[in-house]
Design a protein around this ligand. Structure first.
Ligand SMILES: [Zn+2]
Ligand SMILES: [Zn+2]
Ligand SMILES: [Zn+2]
Ligand SMILES: [Zn+2]
Ligand SMILES: [Zn+2]
Ligand SMILES: [Zn+2]
Ligand SMILES: [Zn+2]
Ligand SMILES: [Zn+2]
Length: 334
């Protein structure tokens, strides 16, 4: 199922409906027992891709902190809709109807109430006509009204046909992405391999995955590239919504749902596990029991001493391992 980023506030808050099944699929082989493993995430600064600017969510930008209601400054002077402050409407090229913005169109035309045959989203790059909200003049897409001269949007992108009076989002157009994004061009760079704008902090420090952002979130399966929500790049290079990553944490899931590698830097957790394993001696009958494990992090296969708590990879010291051969009845609980 492809859950489109419709962008309205309510839609953005739709819970990750497939979360549980999504996690369950990968749970069995990869879940080490992790005492207080939640620490791992708090020690990992969220690394983000910049959300689609033509997306009205205001809770997408972590650095700006608190959620800002779109209509916080609603007043008699206000033009626009719940998604944007702007002084024009668009004529949708698809159905010829007039809407405040493409999200308003999509909410009306891509909803479950619309019959499947008629359901569609507006192709944002094909919008040709806008209507000035002050003088109602319909005209070609342009920043200033050809009739009354009003500025239709303080931020204007002629490529995306996008208007927004709220320039505090620091919108910018990325030619690599082909869409406008938020967060300031100076803070992001476009990774050609991953196919998206990533925070500059990731420039030389992320593992590139071919078109990493042109996939669905492995947890909620929303398409990530033009998602309106904050997105995190995992250590393995796979991408996931930040909020979905937090959901994983809440479910004690610490490995990438795609490749099973550890989702963040776990070295502190592994050190704690070292102590726990050392402190819990196995009964004599298990002292000589050896098992085969496969490390989810480095891929090494190793023969290690069985332990009830967890099994450490001799190659990379990770406990994100799974038992591959041996007596299943004696399988450790991890
Ligand atoms: Zn339409
Ligand atoms: Zn006008
Ligand atoms: Zn643009
Ligand atoms: Zn880009
Ligand atoms: Zn990359
Ligand atoms: Zn998600
Ligand atoms: Zn991964
Ligand atoms: Zn390893």
């Amino acid at each position: 199922m492809h859950v489109r980023a419709s962008g309205c506030h309510d839609a953005d808050q739709v819970p990750c409906v497939t979360l549980i099944s999504g996690l369950a699929r990968h749970e069995a082989p990869s879940k080490p027992s992790l005492p207080r493993a939640g620490d791992a995430y708090s020690q990992t600064a969220p690394v983000q891709c910049t959300p689609d600017a033509d997306a009205p969510t205001v809770h997408a930008q972590q650095p700006r902190g608190k959620v800002r209601a779109m209509d916080a400054d609603a007043g008699p002077e206000r033009y626009g809709c719940v998604h944007y402050r702007r002084k024009c409407k668009i004529r949708a090229p698809c159905c010829g109807e007039v809407f405040d913005c493409r999200h308003c169109h999509n909410e009306a035309k891509d909803s479950l109430e619309v019959s499947v045959h008629d359901r569609h989203v507006v192709p944002r790059h094909d919008i040709k006509l806008v209507i000035c909200s002050l003088c109602n003049k319909e005209q070609d897409v342009q920043q200033d009204c050809s009739n009354c001269g009003a500025c239709l949007g303080k931020y204007f992108c002629a490529k995306c046909n996008f208007f927004d009076d709220d320039v505090s989002k620091n919108q910018f157009h990325c030619d690599g992405c082909g869409i406008c994004r938020t967060g300031g061009a100076e803070n992001f760079y476009h990774c050609d391999k991953c196919g998206c704008c990533y925070t500059s902090l990731l420039k030389d420090s992320h593992r590139c995955v071919d078109r990493a952002m042109h996939n669905n979130c492995p947890v909620c399966i929303e398409y990530l590239f033009d998602s309106t929500k904050a997105i995190n790049v995992l250590h393995c290079g796979h991408t996931i919504h930040l909020e979905c990553l937090y959901e994983m944490r809440a479910h004690q899931q610490f490995s990438c749902p795609v490749c099973l590698r550890s989702a963040c830097n776990m070295s502190d957790i592994w050190q704690k596990l070292d102590q726990e394993v050392a402190a819990s001696l196995m009964p004599a009958i298990y002292q000589k029991k050896m098992i085969w494990i496969l490390c989810n992090d480095c891929g090494m296969t190793a023969n290690v001493q069985f332990h009830i708590l967890a099994h450490k990879c001799p190659g990379c010291s990770s406990y994100n391992t799974r038992q591959t051969r041996g007596d299943p009845a004696a399988c450790s609980r991890v």
